[in-house]
Structures are given as structure tokens and as C-alpha cells.
Design a protein around this ligand. Structure first.
Ligand code: IMP
Length: 192
């Protein structure tokens, strides 16, 4: 698939009940990620955080973010499940792949693609906190208005967005569309 979306792509994947619109352009993403990188570099000056990417969705955002840091850091990844092949959260989170780094007494920055209900953040915080790190902060590219209270955990937010389903820049629908270079909204077509 090309890096730009068109209506035929939606039809190909049985999403013809939806229309799409570009929500955040590639340039807006680049500019914002640069700013987040500068802020994180400033906040973690003199420290060597372990940056943990939450697979799969965060891989592009994380790759861009770390290239905008001017501090030393280490990386690790974990994988959780929540959405399956749907546009709504399943309501339960499971760990599919755990980290391998020893994070005791380390500063942790967890990189998320999007925070929706907040369940994943809550789950990840509880999971990682068991290892007794010095600190845990979350950075997310996108944030919807969360349904559960995770105030204070998500310290860095790329963009606050409204409650609709988005794809691109790492975010998928049924594992498709991750390579799109901007972020698109999928809007249900209005019935006549
Ligand atoms: P939460 O646990 O409900 O906050 O959901 C977080 C996870 O759900 C994200 O890491 C994504 O994988 C997925 N997700 C939530 N909203 C969207 C969306 O609009 N598009 C694609 N994936 C999403």
C-alpha cells in the first residue's frame, strides 16, 4: 500500500462503510515529535532512561522520537493485546511479549501510539512498577479522552484527539494501514 490513503484501500479491506480524512499530516507529526524529543532530552539530561516501546503500534513514533533525543538511552519492547481486529477496545489487556531489560532502579519511558480507554497504561504501569524502577513516565503520540483516571501517568502527549478511530503512522485496522505517513480518521458514512 502507498503511504497515502485513498478510498479504494478502504473498499479493499471491507471498510466501505467508512470515509476517511487526514487528521494529522506528516509535517505536523514531524514537528511535534521533534518538540517532544527536545522536551524529553531536557527533562532526562544526565540520565540514561530505558525507553520501552509498546508493540505493535508505537514502532514508527518510537523510531522518530529517539532520533530526536540528544541524551543517552537504552531501548526495549513489550507487546500487549487489547483491540484484536476491531475498532473498539476489548476491555481486557494481556501481555504477549515481556521486556528483557533489568529495569530495577532505572528511569523508564514507555512509548505508546495512542491512549484510548487508558486500560493499557494502567496495566503497563502496574506490570512495570513491580520491577521497582526509579521512575515511570508515559509518552504517547495520540490521546483520546480516557475513560479511566490515568492522570499524572501520561506526561508527554503528541496530540489530543477526539473519540474516533484513527489509522496510519503505526496505527492499524486489523493489522493494515500502519505504513501511512499521516494519521487519518475513519468516519462511518452517513446513511441516506
Ligand atoms: P487503551 O488500552 O484503550 O488505552 O488502548 C490502547 C491501544 O488500543 C493502543 O495502543 C492501540 O493499539 C489501540 N487503539 C486505540 N485507539 C485506536 C485507534 O483509534 N486506532 C487504532 N488503534 C487504536
Amino acid at each position: 500500500m502507498a503511504t497515502k490513503l485513498n478510498q479504494l484501500d478502504l473498499e479493499k479491506y471491507n471498510l466501505d462503510k467508512y470515509t476517511f480524512e487526514e487528521l494529522i499530516s506528516e509535517k505536523e507529526l514531524n514537528d511535534r515529535v521533534k518538540k517532544l524529543g527536545q522536551q524529553i532530552s531536557k527533562d532526562y539530561k544526565g540520565k540514561i532512561p530505558v525507553i520501552i516501546g509498546v508493540l505493535n503500534g508505537s514502532f514508527l513514533f518510537m523510531a522518530d522520537l529517539v532520533r530526536n533525543l540528544n541524551i543517552d538511552f537504552e531501548v526495549d519492547f513489550l507487546k500487549i493485546s487489547s483491540y484484536g481486529n476491531d475498532t473498539k477496545s476489548s476491555g481486557t489487556v494481556g501481555l504477549i511479549k515481556d521486556i528483557s531489560a533489568d529495569i530495577k532502579d532505572r528511569d523508564i519511558i514507555v512509548v505508546e501510539d495512542i491512549v484510548d480507554t487508558g486500560l493499557s497504561v494502567e496495566f503497563l504501569y502496574n506490570r512495570l512498577n513491580k520491577e521497582k524502577p526509579s521512575s515511570i513516565r508515559f509518552v504517547t503520540c495520540l490521546k483520546k479522552p480516557s475513560k479511566i483516571n490515568i492522570d499524572g501517568l501520561v506526561n508527554y502527549i503528541g496530540f489530543n484527539i477526539s473519540d474516533s478511530f484513527v489509522i496510519g503512522y503505526g496505527l492499524d485496522y486489523a493489522q493494515k494501514f500502519r505504513g501511512l505517513s499521516s494519521i487519518y480518521n475513519l468516519n462511518p458514512k452517513k446513511e441516506n
